[in-house]
Design a protein around this ligand. Structure first.
Ligand code: NAP
Ligand code: 12T
Length: 350
């Protein structure tokens, strides 16, 4: 085998653009890279390792000869085209929420549950960005001391909602600073593209990501709850989430409170995290050292700091978890899954 034929579906998007970069940096043996998007983008070109690749319109036949297809063009596109790719012999790594909770689809964070890849039947799901970084930070603690409960509040970047949401933050920020009144900022996308009302994100904080669902939790919150239980293969973990959008372009931050099964001291947790895969411990209050979204952008790791014991609950711990939502939260985790599939000899080659 000389290398894999890899397709990127949604190659012009916020995630797809970063997938192309991650593939350029990847150790994965590549034969050909195919860039797919809508008819709107067909004919445009993107640079890949010095070559100009022409973007093609996504059609079922796009997947002829493709070994690995990385999907990031929305759930509807995945539902329609992922089976077409599998039918033609490709392994699909899907970034949307279309298949994440399907019983036959592994939901994988390589540092946590790479073994689940062994059961794949053609489609592997990439978890939600907010879930992924929390899993990377919590799995080492869970292995050492067990995990009974998680309460998480997120501070999420607009890039998670796509290229148009980033443009909305840019436009509103400029308008606001130029003196436009708040009620004339004309938001069109956030908090959720598909919802009825829109609110400004510039200089604001919106406690709604995705649309509302059962029990007055949003889908983003439910994704964190359900995906955590699936990835950690434990339906008994108690978990609640509050997901908030803030006017940051890239990098999701999370305030995470956990209760472990066993009491574990903070020094032991720091020692675990210092050597945990994919984690960078950044925690020195005496030097004002802690993770920050701006510093995480462009990095593949998850940054953890502000570790401290709860003042009332003996097995309670607080921490601050930050990662680049478009890299570990999406593009890097997907390419890392592809690399892991290759290492485990789980890619079917046409
Ligand atoms: P985006 O910036 O809006 O990009 C959307 C991409 O989908 C573009 O490349 C677009 O191509 C393509 N597309 C749209 N309609 C299409 C069609 N009919 N046929 C083929 N391609 C089509 O969005 P994004 O932020 O990159 O996110 C894309 C998807 O990834 C989201 O819908 C979400 O499901 C998923 N996502 C997952 C995570 C995560 O947590 N893991 C994070 C962010 C996003 P054109 O340029 O031609 O329109
Ligand atoms: N609505 O992959 O808006 O399920 O930040 C990821 C990010 C859905 C997903 C967001 C979203 C997903 C967002």
């Amino acid at each position: 085998m000389t290398g894999y034929n890899v397709a990127v579906v949604g190659a012009t998007g916020a995630v797809g653009t970063r997938m192309i970069e991650m593939l350029e940096q990847s150790t994965l043996p590549l034969a050909q890279v195919k860039l797919l998007a809508s008819a709107r983008s067909a004919g445009q070109t993107r640079n890949f390792k010095g070559d100009e690749l022409v973007i093609e319109e996504l059609v079922p036949e796009s997947f002829e000869g493709v070994d690995i297809a990385l999907f990031s063009a929305g759930g509807g596109i995945s539902k329609k085209f992922a089976p077409e790719a599998v039918k033609r012999g490709a392994v699909v790594v899907d970034n949307t929420s279309a298949f994440r909770m399907d019983k036959d689809v592994p939901l994988v964070v390589p540092e946590v549950n790479a073994d689940a890849l062994k059961d794949h039947q053609g489609i592997i799901a990439n978890p939600n960005c907010s879930t992924i970084q929390m899993m990377v930070a919590l799995e080492p603690i869970r292995q050492a001391a067990g995990l009974k409960r998680i309460i998480v509040s997120t501070y999420q970047a607009v890039s998670g909602a796509g290229a148009k949401a980033m443009e909305e933050l840019r436009r509103e920020s400029a308008a606001y600073l130029a003196g436009t009144p708040v009620d004339e900022l004309n938001p069109e996308i956030l908090p959720a593209g598909g919802d009825k009302k829109h609110y400004p994100i510039a200089f604001n904080a919106l406690p709604q990501i995705d649309v509302f669902a059962e029990d007055n939790y949003t889908y983003e919150e439910w994704k964190m709850i359900n995906e955590t239980r699936k990835i950690m293969a434990d339906d008994t973990i108690k978990i609640a989430a509050t997901c908030v959008r803030i006017p940051v372009f890239a990098g999701h931050s999370e305030s995470v409170y956990i209760e472990t099964e066993d009491v574990i001291d903070v020094a032991a947790v720091k020692a675990l995290l210092a050597k945990a895969p994919g984690v960078v411990l950044e925690d020195d209050p005496s030097q004002q050292s802690y993770p920050q979204a701006l510093n995480a952008v462009g990095k593949k790791e998850t940054f953890v700091g502000r570790l401290r014991r709860d003042l009332d609950v003996e097995n309670g711990l607080h921490m601050w978890v930050v990662s680049d939502n478009l890299l570990k939260g999406a593009a890097w985790n997907s390419v890392q899954i592809a690399e892991t599939l290759h290492a485990m000899d789980l890619v079917r080659v046409n």
